[in-house]
Design a binder for this molecule. Sequence first.
Ligand code: R5P
Length: 310
Amino acid sequence: MKLVAGNSSRALADAIAAYLNLPLTKCVVRRFADMEVFVEIQENVRGEDIFVIQSTSFPANDHLMELLIIMDALRRASARRITAVLPYFGYARQDRKPGPRTPISAKLVANLITEAGADRVMTLDLHAGQIQGFFDIPTDNLFAAPVMVRDIEENFDIKSSIVVSPDVGGVIRARGLAKRIDAPLAIVDKRREQPGESEVMNIIGNVEGRSCILVDDIVDSGGTLCNAADALLNMGATDVSAYITHGVLSGGAVARITSSSLKNLVITDSIQATEAVRVSNNIRVMSIAPLIGEAIGRTADEKSVSSLFD
Ligand code: R5P
């Protein structure tokens, strides 16, 4: 078994390697002058079971190309089995046609990954579970929930807390977490009553006097979270924190969150934290490396991965 890392998730890959007590395979991933990607695997990988760790995070297209080209190099070097480990699967939000003459980019990316040589895929908190069906190869969708639950139990008084889904689409994820910590559930229902009118935020559930824990898969611009936090405080919540798996945090998101009414935002290291995240006073990163490391180890040993989440 060997681990190979692209440039997007180097720190996470180092942590996974440390968990598995296995050095990363020597591999150069660099650019030609015109920014084409060049890869050279500097060790023999013939007949090996290889796990390529690479989130397709910002810059998404460069990191996706790195992943594809690394797998092409491995396949041509006679690797026995290649697992694409995408702690963050970029393009997942484009999983259906939002209008006529638009692409389903998540499916295209799934095809590219398969065509480049992946025999298996491992990812974390897919935006929509059914994206697994875009692959015709085994696909493990891991859940950050057990790691979040441990952190929540250490930092919250569950009796006075409530789990909140920031939109109707995230209810299943939030309900799953609420069940694990035995807390009630509330839902933020965003609605535009008439075209051109501003969005109305309704809260389904009673949040008064409770610490709210928003749960979601992605924080990108931070708009969903910050608006939900304001709406919850208006409805009498004591304070609002959030647990989000993937800190995409584009543009001015970190500044928006830092100056928002959110008490705390906890994200995982599925996407490498920027300096702005590291110095932020209300964003904390918890590592998902042990979970992914364990899942990789079990896959290599042909053991159950789903039992990690029982
Ligand atoms: C949407 O369906 C996702 O689950 C997130 O709620 C969304 O991507 C967050 O985006 P933003 O932070 O830009 O509001």
